[in-house]
Design a protein around this ligand. Sequence first.
Ligand SMILES: Nc1ncnc2c1ncn2[C@@H]1O[C@H](COP(=O)(O)OP(=O)(O)OP(=O)(O)O)[C@@H](O)[C@H]1O
Ligand SMILES: [Mg+2]
Length: 399
Amino acid sequence: MTEQPSSDPSVRARPVAGGPPVVGVVGGGQLARMLAPAAARLAVPLRPLVRDHDESVARVHPDVVIGAADARGLRALAAACDVLTVEHELVDLDTLRALEAEGLPVRPSADTLEIAVDKVRQREVLAAAGVPVAPWRLVASLEEAEPFADAHGWPLVAKAPRGGYDGRGVWFVDDAGQLAEVLAEVAGPVLLEPALPIERELAVLVARRPAGEQVVYPPVETVQVDGICHEVLLPGHLTDAQDRRAREIGALVADTVDSVGILAVELFVVDGDVVLNELAARPHNAGHVTIEASITSQFENHLRAVLDLPLGDPAPRVGSAAMVNVLGVDDLDPRTRLADALGHPGASVHLYDKGPRPGRKLGHVTATGEGLTAAREHARRAADALAGGPRRSEQEATT
Ligand SMILES: Nc1ncnc2c1ncn2[C@@H]1O[C@H](COP(=O)(O)OP(=O)(O)OP(=O)(O)O)[C@@H](O)[C@H]1O
Ligand SMILES: [Mg+2]
């Protein structure tokens, strides 16, 4: 176990001569946890940076560095790995840049992460590269918002440029009064968009190596409820043209931000056209379905890419697949309901061993098969069992 930050951060622990490079991962949540089996299969040494031994990955993977994603923690991780990657973007970028300058491969790079962490930068950089982006404006006051509201009408969608996840940091605002509340809460400029008439939400994952070689996963459809991803469907309900366009945009975004590892590009279908929502430079909830459904999972391809190894085939190995998130509804550990869930033998259950809390992503279930409707039903039943019963409202999108 590598627990102590090195007293001399410039001394980097090297694996035994000829040994395989150690992949350091910033973050200890379920994404790091799901990297571990892929790493184990390839005998790639994985060393996550976690706050404590209770974090999801630390419960299955003893070889961790303890620390925060700050200068001290990152330096401790850097001293104990040969290539550094991330499972979340809230990382001290100045330290990452310093580590890059000192010769540590940081994949994705600090430049890529700087774009991924900021919804405004994403739009600026990607629109300039020709990626279709919905109208937007950064506003710091009601006066600045007025022309945008006049042009697009209420309601509008306001977003915190940084730090949002699972719909936190995204607000539908009906009028100037509500926008004023959001501006006060964010205490800084917010990104405004029209409330788009979204027909479908998609995600396309791209695995990319340092020299630019990339593979693009088939686009999946993501079903969000209240800003949280509930389900992922493969294939999505897309036209051939939308499918092609989503892949094209994914590839263009990956090249533009020069990603290394998995890049997830979230997209909307609006008026039949595919437009950017946001991106994440790491494995993504929309890609969990690839564990069972694809020849190479997003987690394995992330490792291959950050180690600059040949990428695996992203093609599906099944006709269709559905993934349903297990979201906490109460304080009961979903393991107490495991027997009920496993009573659905076609469903693959993944639990993250995280403390139960209403709304928290505690696990997911995937089912595969020839028909999407049946796969979705199987996955839902097992996920519902884990969550303690059907939890979807009547209004939930049923695509
Ligand atoms: N302009 C918009 N119009 C309508 N709905 C929107 C708009 N922008 C975002 N949404 C809805 O809010 C959800 C969350 O938005 P976004 O992806 O920006 O937030 P996030 O919290 O950063 O996401 P994540 O959960 O992926 O981290 C979207 O998936 C979509 O359902
Ligand atoms: Mg999102």
